[in-house]
Every structure is written in structure tokens, then in C-alpha cells.
Design a protein around this ligand. Structure first.
Ligand code: NAD
Ligand code: ISE
Length: 335
């Protein structure tokens, strides 16, 4: 039987996930949805044959809904995740799990109190072919012990109302999660450097920012966050080991030799750049949910990412090197 999914938030990625669950992933069906933008949500409900509900709470309570996808704005996530846990339903929550470590802690505690893991966080880079190749290379020992990572996370333009704080809590949170997953260890310290700001960064936004992380074993990481780079969506990651390096491949695109130049297209945003990763993420989520388990990034991973992002925020505000205190992982969450 198909997994019957209810979606909260039908903006850019919400609609894309509805399309993906309807046309790309087998074994699932979007039966209910809600968004405060009622007109757009009703249009999407009609298009995909789902029932429109006036509130997210009604989607969660709907008897025909087995599992919830949350793709509304970041500050709304914690409330809906807690409601999903209370209803005993599986929840896929787009990143970040919440906008503060404290809200994530409440989610972790509620999930443990309920006695069953239900929550997966939308850290889709763990499902990307390139990052998976890098993980396999590191785990095989092919480049020796990892010493350093150089990363770049550039967006062509920021989304509406993007703030200096969001560059880390909404954007670099992807690196925070995927690098921790690649290395299999937590972070120890954070520092944030603020270079000269782009004149194209509006409303006092500090952009770019450089995030420096140190892991517990001493691996050093630099992440350039540039949300206003203008030319395209560009994510890079180079891992430097004792005996070699590995680098994230760009997505396969047609190569053009023309007019005395060699080029290939850089995608404008995340939706095409990581399309295969989102598809794999949802295939694996539907499969695991139907088996009654959470197999992807957990509420604990969402919590650790927010603890780290909060430390980065403090580091940016104070200019200090901030220690990152990751709580001990409860046995409830397997490694
Ligand atoms: P968006 O603004 O296009 O869509 C968000 C939608 O949420 C809007 O339609 C808005 O009306 C709705 N909404 C806001 N408050 C709501 C509420 N209380 N109840 C129901 N709906 C509500 O934004 P987006 O780009 O689609 O991002 C949505 C979420 O997905 C964000 O949390 C973002 O961080 C995440 N995201 C993840 C990725 C990724 O790569 N994994 C990419 C983009 C966005
Ligand atoms: C967006 O919400 C995403 O998650 C994208 O993957 C990221 O690149 C972008 O910076 C975020 O705003």
C-alpha cells in the first residue's frame, strides 16, 4: 500500500517535493496539504489531487495521513515536528530542524519520551552521489587520515528576507551536517571571519562570511558562504588527506566548445544542482517509513547541527573562537 503523505508548506521546495513524491518516487501518494498562502496551496492541491486543509495541525491530525513532510519556513518547523511526534506519525522535516538548539532539544526529548524514532531531517547532501563517493573514499583509507577540508557554498542571490544569521543557520547548516557525517566526528570550536562585504548584499547583510571549524580530532575546515555571488549556485568541497585529496564533482552537464571557449552550465539554484540527491533522499525515506524505521539524518543530527550553528552565530557576533559543547548522544539514537 502507498504511504499517504501530508505536506505542510507548499512554496518552492514543498511543491517540488510534492511533484517528486507524485511522479518520481514510487510507493507514496500526497493526500493532504496546507500552507498559509491559501491560493497557491489550493492550486497545488487541485493539480495533484490532494485535499487542502486550512492548517498544518489539521494535516497532522488527518486520519488519511500516515506521514508528514514539513517544508514551511524555518521558524515554523519545531512546532509542527512536535505536533507530528505527539500524533505518533513519521515526520520528514526540511532543514533546519529548528532555528535554535533549545528547540531541537525539546524535539529530541519528545521523541525519546514517545519511545520511537519518527523524525528525519532534510539534510539531502548525505544522499548526493558525489558526497557519497567522498565518504567511501575517506572510509576506505585511500587518502590516509583527513587533515583539512576547503569548502564553498555560493548562492546566486539570497531568498527573500535573508539575514546575516541565516547564512549559517539556513545555508552553512548543510556543510555543518554533511562534513560531520563525512568525518564521523563532532566539532570542537567555531570561528567566523567577516571579509569585506559585497555591495550587492542588501539591508546590512554581511556577505560573504568564512566559517572556520575544528573537529574533536583536530581536522581544520574552512567554509566560504557567499549568498550573493551572482553567477550561479556553486557548492565545492575538497578533502585533504595524508596521502591524497578528493574533491566533490560538479554535476554532469554538457561541455561546450564554442567561440574560442570551453564551458558548461552552472545551475542557478539548489533545485537542479541537487535534484538526484532529493530524489534519492525521498526514495529512501518512503522505503524506510514503510518499514517503520528512520534510516536518514535523525532529530539528533538536527540537534547537533543547531548546537554547532548557534556556536557559529556566537562566534560571528563576538569575533571569538567559541567552544562547541555537544551533549552526549543518547543510546536511543544509534550512530
Ligand atoms: P518558500 O518561502 O518558497 O516556501 C515556504 C512556504 O511555507 C511558503 O509557501 C509559506 O507560505 C509557507 N508557510 C510559512 N509559514 C507557514 C505555516 N505556519 N504553516 C504552513 N505554511 C507556512 O521557501 P522554500 O525555499 O520552499 O523553503 C522551505 C523550507 O525548505 C525552509 O525551511 C528551507 O530551509 C528548506 N529548504 C531546503 C532546501 C534543501 O536544499 N534541503 C532547499 C530550499 C529550502
Ligand atoms: C536553502 O534553504 C537550501 O537549503 C539550499 O540548499 C541552500 O544552498 C540555500 O543557501 C538555502 O537558503
Amino acid at each position: 500500500m502507498d504511504l499517504r503523505v501530508g505536506v505542510i508548506g507548499t512554496g518552492a521546495i514543498g511543491e517540488d517535493h510534492i511533484r517528486r513524491l507524485t511522479h518520481t518516487v514510487t510507493g507514496a501518494n500526497v493526500v493532504a496539504l496546507s500552507d498559509i498562502n491559501v491560493q497557491n496551496a489550493r492550486r497545488i492541491a487541485d493539480k495533484y489531487g490532494a485535499k487542502f486543509y486550512a492548517t498544518g495541525e489539521e494535516v497532522i491530525a488527518a486520519p488519511e495521513v500516515d506521514a508528514i513532510v514539513i517544508a514551511s519556513w524555518d521558524p515554523t518547523h519545531a512546532h509542527y515536528v512536535l505536533a507530528g511526534i505527539k500524533a505518533g506519525k513519521f515526520v520528514f522535516c526540511e532543514k533546519p530542524l529548528a532555528t535554535s538548539a533549545n528547540d531541537c532539544k525539546n524535539i529530541v526529548e519528545a521523541e525519546i519520551a514517545g519511545g520511537k524514532q519518527l523524525v528525519q531531517v532534510g539534510f539531502m547532501r548525505r544522499f548526493d552521489r558525489g558526497y557519497r563517493q567522498i565518504k567511501a573514499a575517506i572510509d576506505s583509507g585511500r587518502i590516509g587520515e583527513v587533515l583539512m577540508l576547503h569548502c564553498m557554498h555560493r548562492n546566486r542571490v539570497p531568498g527573500p528576507k535573508h539575514t546575516t544569521e541565516m547564512s549559517i543557520k539556513n545555508s552553512v547548516i548543510h556543510e555543518i551536517d554533511v562534513l560531520r557525517w563525512l568525518l564521523g566526528e563532532d566539532y570542537k570550536t567555531a570561528q567566523v571571519l567577516l571579509p569585506k562585504s559585497s555591495r550587492l548584499a542588501e539591508d546590512g547583510l554581511r556577505d560573504p562570511q568564512i566559517v572556520l571549524l575544528e573537529t574533536q580530532s583536530g581536522v581544520r575546515i574552512d567554509v566560504e558562504s557567499f549568498i550573493n555571488c551572482q553567477y550561479g549556485y556553486d557548492v565545492q568541497c575538497e578533502v585533504v588527506g595524508e596521502t591524497g585529496t578528493v574533491r566533490l564533482p560538479d554535476p554532469a552537464n554538457m561541455e561546450v566548445r564554442s567561440g574560442g571557449a570551453f564551458s558548461y552550465e552552472i545551475f542557478p539554484d539548489w533545485s537542479d544542482r541537487f535534484i538526484e540527491a532529493y530524489d534519492t533522499e525521498f526514495r529512501e525515506w518512503v522505503d524506510a517509513t514503510k518499514r517503520g524505521i528512520v534510516a536518514g539524518p535523525s532529530a539528533w543530527d538536527g540537534y547537533v547541527a543547531c548546537v554547532t550553528a548557534d556556536a557559529c552565530t556566537e562566534a560571528r557576533e563576538t569575533g571569538a573562537i567559541v567552544p562547541i559543547a555537544i551533549p552526549r548522544r543518547p543510546a536511543f539514537y544509534k550512530k
